[in-house]
Design a protein around this ligand. Structure first.
Ligand code: ADP
Length: 271
C-alpha cells in the first residue's frame, strides 16, 4: 500500500452477550482502494462496518479514518447501510434526498448555495441518477434507489465510502452497473470504497483488496494474492477453485461445501 492508509483498524474486539463477534481484528485500506469485505452471513461484516463508521463502540481496539480516531459525526466517510427501505410515499425527490447528505438529516427550508447545488448535481451525475433526479425517491426501482443512496453518501466528498451489502436483492444487471459505477467513482475521486458481500464474484474484476472475515477473525491482502485456490481453500476450510474463463476470474466452491469456516486453522495474515 502506498501512502498513508485511509482506514486503520487496530486490534478491534466486539462482544455481544458474552459472544466474541470480532476478535482482535486489524487491517488497513489505502486511498482510492476498492476493498471487498467478504464473509458468510453472521460472520461479523455489519458489526465491523458499524465500528468503522462509529455506530458501534468496540470493547477494545481503535479505528482511524484519515489518521483521525473515529468519533460520531465525523465527515470523512459516506455510509450506505444495509436494507434501506425508502417509503413509497416519502415526499422527497431523489435530488432532495441527495441534498440531505450535505448536512445530515436536518430537514427544513435551508437555502442552498450555488456550490451546494452544484455538488448535488455532480453527485447525481457520478452515479448516473441525473435522469430521474426529480422523481419521488420512494417510487424508484431498487437499482435506482441504490444509486441515490450512493450519491447521498458521496455528496460531501468523503475519502471513504462504506456500503453494507449494496448488491443484495439486485438483479444481475443492476449488480454489474453498481459495481462499475463504484469502481469509476473510486478512481475518479480517489475515494476508498469498502463494500460488504457474501459472494465476491461480482466484485472480482474491480476489487484491489479483500478483507475476509470468518469466526471473528480477518485475513486481508491484495486481491491477486488472496484469490488463489490454495489461499481461499485454506480460508474457507474447503476446496475452492479459482477459474479463469474468457478473461474473467470466478471463485467456485464445491456445491455442498459453501459454509465457510476456518475450522481449527489460525487466521491468515497476508499483509
Ligand atoms: P454479517 O453482517 O456478517 O451477517 P453481523 O455483524 O450482522 O454479521 O452479525 C455477527 C453476529 O453478531 C451474528 O451472530 C449476529 O446475530 C450478532 N449480532 C449482531 N448485532 C448484534 C447485536 N446488536 N446484539 C447482539 N448480537 C448481535
Amino acid at each position: 500500500m502506498s501512502g498513508n492508509p485511509v482506514v486503520e483498524v487496530s486490534d478491534v474486539t466486539v462482544t455481544y452477550g458474552g459472544r466474541r463477534v470480532l476478535d482482535h481484528v486489524s487491517f488497513e485500506i489505502g486511498a482510492g482502494e476498492f476493498t471487498g469485505l467478504i464473509g458468510s452471513n453472521g460472520a461479523g461484516k455489519t458489526t465491523l462496518l458499524q465500528v468503522i463508521v462509529g455506530l458501534v463502540r468496540p470493547d477494545a481496539g481503535r479505528v482511524r479514518v484519515d489518521g483521525v480516531v473515529r468519533t460520531r459525526g465525523h465527515s470523512s466517510f459516506g455510509y450506505v447501510p444495509q436494507k434501506v427501505a425508502l417509503d413509497p410515499d416519502v415526499p422527497l425527490r431523489a435530488r432532495d434526498f441527495v441534498t440531505l447528505g450535505l448536512d445530515g438529516h436536518r430537514f427544513g427550508v435551508a437555502r442552498r448555495s450555488r456550490e451546494q447545488r452544484d455538488a448535488v448535481e455532480r453527485a447525481l451525475i457520478d452515479v448516473d441518477a441525473d435522469g430521474f433526479a426529480d422523481r419521488p425517491v420512494g417510487r424508484l426501482s431498487g437499482g435506482e434507489q441504490q444509486r441515490v443512496l450512493i450519491a447521498h453518501a458521496l455528496v460531501a466528498r468523503p475519502s471513504l465510502l462504506v456500503l453494507d451489502e449494496p448488491l443484495a436483492n439486485l438483479d444481475p444487471r443492476s449488480v454489474q452497473e453498481i459495481v462499475a459505477l463504484l469502481s469509476r467513482v473510486a478512481r475518479q475521486h480517489h475515494v476508498a470504497v469498502l463494500i460488504s458481500a457474501h459472494d465476491m464474484n461480482a466484485m472480482l474484476p474491480v476489487m484491489n483488496r479483500i478483507v475476509y472475515v470468518t469466526d471473528g477473525h480477518v485475513a486481508s491482502g491484495p486481491t491477486d494474492e488472496v484469490v488463489r485456490s490454495e489461499v481461499l481453500s485454506r480460508l474457507y476450510g474447503h476446496h475452492v477453485d479459482v477459474v479463469h474463463l474468457h478473461g474473467r476470474v470466478l471463485v467456485v466452491a464445491e456445491p455442498d461445501e459453501r459454509s465457510d469456516h476456518l475450522g481449527d486453522h489460525p487466521p491468515l495474515t497476508l499483509s
